[in-house]
Design a protein around this ligand. Structure first.
Ligand SMILES: Nc1ncnc2c1ncn2[C@@H]1O[C@H](COP(=O)(O)OP(=O)(O)OP(=O)(O)O)[C@@H](O)[C@H]1O
Ligand SMILES: [Mg+2]
Length: 268
């Protein structure tokens, strides 16, 4: 939510905005629902006005897999950074009681390029309309194992991304998150989900083999795959992303392609 307080009668906003609904609540609050950037002039008769921006097309991407160590936090942080650098304000919700995304943010020398908050209670789906206000994209970093949190983070989402490492163990273990997605789809018909292959060994066919093995789940596999790259662990040590430490690397290029594909799937 973005708020402007003004003592003048005219407010000028340059924001991603097409006004869809205007409604007044109480004396001083004007709520504006917005979708695309444009210049708005708002004339008001109020001496003080709180203007709240709510993006009606906020995309909520939830990175989930109850299997530990598959790259949920790594992908959630990097997707958030790519989206923040190309498409407006991003909120990263750390839904993992381990607090890895918060640790990452704390290790930084400067502010992260997106907002990081902790919501590690199974109320994410209930809180999300409020939490997401003013953000163009919300990314949720899911927990390993904790089913009630994962369930809440999946129901909150528009698009669930399931990172998976190219190993049969990961293919089998994906059943748990796939079951949660199927359960959530009963309540949320438009819920989308995709597998994202992570830690693929470059120049091997293993990514393709895993994609084939995953086909029995009837969930699409992203074309963009992320290879095993030491740059991810190195950048995490200083609370950075590969977009900052090695911006022209294959790791950064792969991540940008993956985030772009997610936007296309999410909006498709
Ligand atoms: N593509 C990659 N190349 C190399 N290392 C990677 C890659 N992706 C993740 N890692 C490393 O693997 C480890 C686990 O990654 P990460 O913490 O993102 O997984 P996670 O699924 O969030 O784990 P948890 O289930 O414990 O939350 C980290 O040390 C991370 O740096
Ligand atoms: Mg994690």
């Amino acid at each position: 939510m973005e708020e402007w307080w003004t003592s003048s009668r005219q407010i000028m906003l340059i924001q991603k905005s097409t006004i869809q609904i205007f409604s007044f609540s109480g004396d001083l609050h004007l709520w504006v629902f917005v979708s695309t950037y444009k210049l708005i002039f708002v004339n008001t008769g109020f001496s003080q006005l709180s203007l709240n921006l709510i993006y009606d097309d906020t995309m909520i991407i939830s990175v989930q897999n109850q299997k530990g160590g598959v790259g949920k936090t790594t992908l959630a942080i990097h997707i958030s950074h790519v989206l923040a650098s190309k498409d407006g304000r991003v909120l990263l919700i750390d839904a993992d009681p381990q607090g890895s995304a918060r640790d990452w943010a704390a290790a930084r020398a400067s502010q992260p390029p997106f907002t990081v908050v902790a919501v590690d209670r199974p109320t994410i789906h209930r809180d999300i309309p409020t939490t997401a206000q003013g953000y163009r994209h919300v990314v949720i970093d899911g927990p390993p194992r904790v089913t009630d949190l994962a369930r809440s983070a999946i129901i909150a989402a528009d698009l669930v991304v399931i990172p998976i490492q190219p190993s049969p163990y990961d293919v089998w273990a994906a059943k748990d998150v796939v079951d949660l997605i199927r359960e959530a789809s009963v309540f949320k018909e438009k819920l989308k989900s995709v597998f994202a292959i992570n830690r693929k060994i470059a120049n091997t066919a293993i990514g393709r083999d895993v994609a084939e093995a995953l086909s029995s789940y009837n969930i699409p596999v992203l074309k963009s795959q992320i290879c095993q790259r030491v740059a991810f662990a190195e950048s995490a040590a200083t609370g950075q992303t590969v977009l900052e430490t090695v911006p022209n690397s294959a790791a950064a290029i792969e991540l940008k392609a993956l985030a772009q594909e997610l936007l296309e799937v999410g909006r498709g």
